[in-house]
Design a protein around this ligand. Structure first.
Ligand code: GLC
Length: 736
């Protein structure tokens, strides 16, 4: 096998796929090797000759199974060596059956939801010949201005790591060669979620210690779950774009983590190394990218244009090139493509079938988060209502509810909220409907009158507001994150009728809702809920289902608080409700040091509108008897932290029990809390359960000033509860 810095560390015997890859590699010409490193966009220009000549190793965005089979046939039967193609497609929250956006699925705090969603997406995609997807997106982000927060699994490394690994398992199944398995891709490696200003593609500056303690862990979890590929990010990290970043791709990914899959660039990102100003020209960009260990180039053709001369001049060793090609061939053997390159759609279940739709509905139900429910306004009673006003631009829009980055889902498959209200109402109550606005961004008030009129005539107004799907996702960032257009005005006008409002928000990010909070009685945050969002949401509003979602990301009061997240550092002057003053409470001519010298905003305080991990239910949970198994443990031991959780209401429900731990003193400052465990716990009315978490000292490790992963002896606090503000606490020591 070709020995190189990528593979030199291998100490275990070659797998069957690796041995076959080695054998094939020895037969390949330089031109054919470069061909394997080239991914081109399908669905357009004639690829046949290029494939026939061995110039293409992968095609993305071709999902016509007949065309895919023809491309594979040419590759297998008409090219010299008969190497099958990787067929890539973004399937980030469903293929035909669309699940809630990943940020919404993360709100389920249920790995089974993410795994099942990915498995269904894989099955539907594989039926078209797709054998590789560019997901999970596991960028940690704490900036809702960034449009791609919609694709992420939120702000927390632990939650993101657990859920991202579940998606890898879902996509890749028991083995990659299974017909309904597709290769997954951990993206975007790494630090993309920290782009300055929440501006997509912008620079990200992350100290290595923070990189290793916050941004890298979910990718390590994906690698541990067996993810087949990684994607390098567009962004530059500390001045070095990922596509040319040797520290990331070689030192961390290959040397430290021994990753032996392959890395694909993002779209055109190798050519963009020159646009960044990192290289002077395409040739240098190729040199940097191959040197960094980018195996495959997406969309651009610089590898094809420049590698031959760089090899000829000895700038690139062919042995190095071999190790880049090796990773690609290995995956093709692991996928079984040499033996089964063709796809028979008849071997797959019909897409958008009842089982898939039910799974999407379950996912949407578990993803919605109840943020407010004054006076137990919800659940609504089907039999007690006479009339319901359904209002808002997102109440009956099967396209917008699908969310961002959907390429194969179809709006006509969607079940909207308006349809679901009619289905549930039957003849039990009257349903009146007015969009009120032509779109979520509309600034005109023309439609407001009709909406106000039906609200005034109805027992309750359910308003479906938020963002169209295009307002989040790649390159769709917002500097303000309030309700767009004239939505706030519409809510105020409806509130003025005196009819109670239930607000349902569909959005691709946390929105600032402070200006409407006191105008509505209840808020259900539905993210973009996907194909079955309608029935899921209506079942929740009418109590057919129980809200159980929890926020995977903090909601700011004002966009000026961003970045705001629960796992913040204590600082030397931590804020508290006792030591801060609100801007409206400042005395005239107040003395300079009178306002509380601590880390807070005069006009926003220091807390989010809704904290990470928060979500209400139609019942109430009580936590008590939080106990530790020992007052102190030695390094290498495990402590068990247990509490009793009780459902104090009259309805069965699930609670997401969360465990947070703080390391009181560290070689670098440690967060005030870190999620270290969570579990969905079903509880019958009145039922109590003892919930225990076993924490090994290794789980409290962090990277210190020397970048050593260590657990330090000392004091720890622990909290258990239903969100990141959990109060029930205990403490323990780790001894030397
Ligand atoms: C995009 C995205 C990436 C996606 C790729 C292929 O620009 O950055 O996440 O997988 O191109 O569509």
């Amino acid at each position: 096998m070709p020995q190189s810095s990528i593979t030199a560390k291998r100490s275990y015997p070659l797998s069957s796929s690796e041995a076959k890859a080695c054998s094939l590699l020895e037969q390949m010409t330089l031109e054919e090797k470069i061909g394997q490193m080239s991914q081109v966009n399908g669905g357009g220009w004639n690829l046949h000759d290029a494939i026939r000549n061995g110039h293409i190793g992968s095609v993305l965005n071709e999902v016509d199974v007949e065309k895919v089979n023809e491309l594979q046939r040419i590759a297998m039967q008409e090219s010299r060596l008969g190497i099958p193609l990787l067929i890539g497609r973004d399937v980030i929250h469903g293929f035909k059956t669309i699940f809630p956006i990943p940020l919404g699925q993360a709100a389920s705090w249920d790995p089974k939801v993410l795994e099942q969603g990915a498995a269904i997406a894989a099955t539907e995609a594989a039926s078209t010949g797709v054998n590789w997807t560019f997901a999970p997106m596991i960028d940690i982000t704490r900036d809702p201005r960034w449009g791609r927060i919609a694709e992420s699994l939120g702000e927390d490394p632990y939650l993101c790591g657990v859920l991202g690994a579940a998606m890898v398992r879902g996509f890749q199944g028991n083995q990659l060669s299974d017909s309904n398995s597709i290769a997954a891709c951990a993206k975007h490696f790494v630090g993309y979620g920290a782009v300055e200003g929440g501006l997509d593609y912008n620079t990200a500056n992350i100290p290595e210690n923070e990189l290793r303690n916050v941004y890298l862990p979910p990718f390590k979890q994906a690698l541990n779950a067996g993810v087949a590929t990684f994607m390098a990010s567009f962004s530059d990290l500390n001045g070095v774009p990922a596509a040319g970043n040797e520290f990331l791709m070689r030192q961390i990914l290959r040397e430290e983590w021994c990753f032996n899959g392959f890395v694909v660039s993002d779209w055109d990102a190798i050519r963009e190394l020159t646009v960044h100003g990192f290289t002077a020209n395409d040739r240098d960009a190729v040199l940097e990218a191959t040197n960094a260990g980018i195996n495959m180039e997406m969309a651009s053709s610089l590898y094809k244009d420049h590698i031959p001369s760089l090899i000829a001049e000895g700038k690139i060793e062919e042995a190095e090139l071999d190790s880049l090609v090796f990773g690609i061939l290995k995956l093709k053997f692991e996928l079984g493509l040499f033996d089964n390159p063709y796809t028979d759609p008849g071997q797959f279940p019909q897409p958008v079938n009842p089982d898939h739709l039910q799974a999407a509905r379950d996912a949407a139900e578990r993803s919605c988060v109840l943020l407010k429910n004054d006076h137990q306004m919800l659940p609504l009673s089907r039999d007690a209502l006479g009339s319901v006003a359904v209002i808002g631009p997102l109440a009956d829009d099967g396209y917008e509810q699908l969310g961002t980055w959907v390429f194969d889902g179809e709006a006509h498959h969607s079940h909207t909220c308006l349809q679901a209200v009619h289905d549930l109402a039957g003849d039990a109550f009257e349903v009146r409907w007015a969009s009120g606005m032509s779109s979520s961004r509309s600034r005109d008030h023309d439609g407001h009158h009709e909406a106000v009129k039906i609200a005034a005539e109805s027992d309750v107004a359910i308003m479906f507001m938020g963002e169209e799907s295009i307002l989040s996702g790649e390159a769709h960032c917002r500097a303000e994150i309030d309700l767009p257009g004239s939505q706030e005005a519409l809510i105020n006008e409806v509130a003025a009728t005196g009819t109670s409002i239930v607000l349902v928000v569909m959005a691709g990010r946390p929105l600032t809702l402070g200006s409407v909070l006191d105008k509505v009685s209840a808020i259900l945050y539905a993210w973009h809920p996907g194909t079955m969002g309608g029935p899921a949401i209506i079942d929740l509003l009418f109590g057919v289902a129980m809200p159980s979602g929890k926020l995977p990301v903090s909601f700011p009061r004002l966009v000026g608080q961003v970045p705001i997240y629960y796992a913040r550092k204590n600082t030397g002057r931590p804020p508290s409700h006792e030591n801060i003053t609100h801007i409206d409470e400042i005395d005239g001519r107040a003395a300079q040091t009178s306002l509380g010298m601590s880390a807070f905003h005069l006009d926003a305080g220091f807390t989010p509108q809704f904290p990470f991990g928060f979500g209400l239910s139609y019942t109430h949970f009580d936590y008590r008897e939080f106990e530790r198994s020992a007052e102190s443990i030695a390094m290498g031991e495990t402590i068990t932290l247990s509490a009793t959780v009780q459902n104090c209401g009259s309805r069965e429900a699930e609670e997401v029990v969360q465990l947070y731990i703080r390391d009181l003193a560290g070689n670098v400052t440690r967060p005030v809390r870190e999620l270290k465990g969570f579990r969905r716990v079903p509880l019958a009315p009145g039922e109590s359960k003892r919930v225990s978490f076993e924490i090994h000292t290794d789980e409290l490790a962090f990277h210190n000033r020397k970048m050593e992963l260590v657990t330090e002896p000392g004091g720890f606090h622990a909290w258990i509860g239903g969100d990141s503000n959990a109060h029930l606490w205990t403490e323990f020591q780790i001894r030397e």
